[in-house]
Design a protein around this ligand. Structure first.
Ligand SMILES: Cc1ncc(CO)c(N)n1
Length: 233
């Protein structure tokens, strides 16, 4: 198993270690298990793509909130590059899933977030009305969990070209993703070092809640969650 942050020091390394159980639950969720063994159903894959496309649109908006909170051009550069990555490249991961499902990307897109995706987006947007540190703490689990899981799977199983989700796994295992997380973590470590105890606590909570939302996002797609009331309406 790939440790989350074994011998590193700093705010985010501490957070990663403290919530290693959530990273593990993320990795072990049956949705991601189905992405590993290739057994995931077409409907679940398409539910995920539709929701994730809408989620990433909202995520880019949160980077926009980060731009308005940026104290300097280093932070602006970070958000600028992050927006370019999400808008310009992350669609490749979805395209790979659409190819598996035999569906055009446009046809997989939806105009309504499911409850769990909506809750995650609302959490990040609310963090964007707090400080830059709280916002970035809420945004960090998104790239960190995916990159960590993809590198772990690559190390454990090295899925070949014939794996049904090869394109998705290889996209998130790319070193550029790991470098972006390293940049995000060091910027956030810098903010945390200058934050008071109350703000640090809100940063820690924002990070933890996003880790939970990451796991619940899998559960949403796995269970094909929608807005039908639990009693069937
Ligand atoms: C929900 C979610 N979390 C993380 C990522 C990785 O960027 C993603 N595409 N979607």
């Amino acid at each position: 198993m790939l440790p989350v942050a074994i011998d590193e020091t700093g705010f985010t390394a501490d957070l990663g270690r403290r919530h290693a159980d959530l990273f593990e639950a993320f990795y072990r969720h049956p949705f991601l298990g189905g992405m590993r063994d290739g057994t995931l159903g077409r409907e679940q894959v398409l539910h995920y793509v539709g929701q994730d496309h809408a989620y990433l649109t909202a995520y880019v908006r949160c980077y926009g909130l980060g731009l308005t909170l940026s104290p300097d051009r280093e932070w602006m550069r970070f958000f600028h590059d992050s927006v370019a990555y999400t808008l310009g490249e992350e669609g490749q991961a979805h395209e790979a899933l659409c190819a598996f499902a035999g569906t055009a990307y446009e046809d997989a897109q939806v105009d309504r977030l499911a409850p769990s995706a909506q809750a995650y987006v609302d959490h990040m947007s609310a963090a964007g009305r707090d400080t830059l540190g709280v916002l970035v703490a809420a945004l960090l689990p998104c790239p960190w969990t995916y990159g960590w899981a993809a590198r772990r799977f690559a190390a454990e199983a090295a899925p070949g070209e014939d794996h049904p989700f090869h394109g998705w796994w290889s996209f998130y295992a790319e070193p550029s993703g790991g470098e972006a997380v390293a940049t995000m973590r060091s910027l956030l470590d810098g903010l945390a070092a200058g934050a008071g105890p109350a703000e640090r606590e809100r940063m820690e909570r924002a990070f933890e809640v996003s880790c939970h939302h990451e796991i619940r996002f899998w559960e949403m797609a796995w269970s094909l969650e929608d807005w039908t009331p639990p009693n069937g309406g």
